[in-house]
Unconditional design. Structure first.
Length: 163
């Protein structure tokens, strides 16, 4: 079960808004995390707490395929991204770095910034603990849950291959 405060954003939040391109020459993920979402929400990086959840509209993570976007969010403490839809490469990059991503078309209507969300990835259930309302989404396949539980694709494969 994932539990965290909600940060709500609209449609078409692109990877330049998630982590501005001017910081991409720095490969330290802690430094990237310090600038996460700063062009759309300057208070985010200094206020986000471990396990907080981003709830967004359509096409979250669109734009360039940079994997620094989910890395910056994860390093900032984000526990999951929930959106009406996400860019395909962003979805895959999230899984690869071990950041859960949920597609739920009605989540933006159910949450506001500051609410507390509870997410059960395997059951496909999300609850707004602030209001008591619940919503279903397609559960995450077992093999993706295993990758996430393993910390992302590389740690998962190293464990599976015994390296």
């Amino acid at each position: 079960m994932l539990t965290g405060r909600v940060w709500k954003y609209g449609d078409h939040v692109n990877t330049d808004l998630i982590i501005p391109g001017r910081y991409l020459d720095d490969y330290n993920v802690a430094n990237l995390a310090a600038h996460a979402m700063e062009d759309i929400d300057p208070a985010f990086a200094s206020s986000v707490r471990e396990g907080d959840i981003i709830v967004a509209g359509k096409n979250f993570g669109c734009g360039s395929s940079r994997e620094q976007a989910p890395l910056a969010l994860k390093a900032a403490g984000v526990g999951a991204v929930v959106a009406k839809s996400v860019a395909r490469i962003f979805y895959r990059n999230c899984i690869n770095v071990g950041l859960p991503v949920v597609i739920c078309k009605d989540a933006t209507e159910m949450f506001k910034t500051g609410d507390v969300a509870e997410i059960d990835l395997s059951a496909g259930m999300m609850r707004n603990a602030s209001t008591g309302s619940c919503i279903r989404f397609d559960p995450m396949p077992d093999f993706l849950l295993e990758v996430l539980e393993g910390g992302g694709l590389v740690p998962y494969l190293k464990e599976r291959l015994g390296r």
